[in-house]
Design a protein around this ligand. Structure first.
Ligand code: BQF
Length: 285
């Protein structure tokens, strides 16, 4: 049996149609959701991600702009930039593209973003709200993964969910979201001694490590739902995930591809978060 594909790309296209309608409605009320992206330096991957975000905003009728800052900018100058955006009523969402250059303290910058404008959901206040199940901004990739599971009505409550990777950006928040939905969660990481022993128990397996083909058919329980968050560049410039797709798809019941899986959903949730932030700030429905 071959697994059913969870196409993040197709799901993202559908959601963006609904978002475009919502933006149109907001515009009739005189409000246009606006995202500002801050890009420091010229990392090629970051450049391409930012381009994708601008394009998605435009497609949905939202406003966006990119503030480009030189690699050598001081931490203080970046702080000033974020501070100005916090105070700018025309800006509903602020996204500082990561990673930042080594001489800038990333967490210090994240901590400075107004939590109500923190469309990436990385601010400690929003992390706290996620953990305590209060309304806030939830980070884009984890929320995108949940929407992918929901799009196939994959049961979460009571199921074993195993997350491989414990980053602040993906692993930890997606484990938290799965816990909030009633899954029994296991979060594996670099010190996990017997990875396979854990992953084989997973009804839902989310992999966000950054190691090409780390997860083979041997790691996967028959009938599992497998979500691949990995983005690994091959020598020919192509993209591959953390999951050995060709072999795992014969064992799983659902599997997400790379490219065209989680990535497009991350961008779509960013749009959704910006619209939510806009509505809260403008007090409109
Ligand atoms: C696709 C990101 C690591 C570090 C910083 C579509 C994206 C990726 C893949 C994308 C990512 C990864 C983004 C695909 C944004 C996801 O078709 O498979 C879109 O643009 N992403 C980012 O902004 O910063 C990162 C990964």
């Amino acid at each position: 049996m071959s697994a059913e594909l969870i196409s993040g790309k197709d799901l993202a296209t559908n959601i963006k149609k609904d978002l475009a309608v919502e933006v149109e409605e907001l515009k009739k009320q005189g409000v246009t959701p606006h995202l500002t992206v801050v890009l420091v330096g010229h990392d090629p991957a970051s450049e391409s991600y930012v381009k994708g975000k601008e394009k998605a905003c435009a497609e949905t009728g939202m406003g966006s702009n990119v503030i480009r800052l030189d690699e050598t900018i001081s931490e203080d100058e970046l702080i000033q930039t974020v501070d100005k955006l916090n105070k700018d009523d025309a800006v509903h969402g602020i996204l500082v593209q990561l990673p930042l250059p080594d001489h800038i303290d990333e967490q210090k910058i994240i901590d400075l973003i107004d939590p109500e404008k923190d469309v990436d959901g990385f601010h400690p206040v929003n992390i706290g709200r996620l953990v305590t199940e209060q309304e806030g901004m939830v980070s884009c990739t984890p929320l995108g993964i949940m929407e992918m599971l929901d799009s196939k009505n994959i049961e979460i409550q009571g199921k074993n969910a195993v997350v491989v990777g414990a980053s602040n950006i993906v692993g930890k928040p997606v484990a938290q979201l799965l816990l909030n939905r009633g899954a029994t969660i296991t979060n594996c990481h670099i010190y996990t001694e017997d990875l396979k022993a854990h992953t084989k128990m997973a009804d839902i397996l989310v992999v966000a490590v950054g190691k090409a083909h780390l997860i083979t058919a041997d790691h996967v329980k028959e009938g599992a739902a497998v979500i691949d968050v990995g983005i690994n560049r091959l020598e020919d410039g192509s993209m591959t995930g953390d999951v050995d797709f060709e072999n795992v798809k014969e064992k799983a019941s659902y599997i997400s591809p790379v490219p065209g899986g989680v990535g497009p959903m991350t961008i779509t949730i960013l749009l959704k978060n910006t619209i939510i932030a806009c509505k809260r700030q403008e007090n409109v429905e």
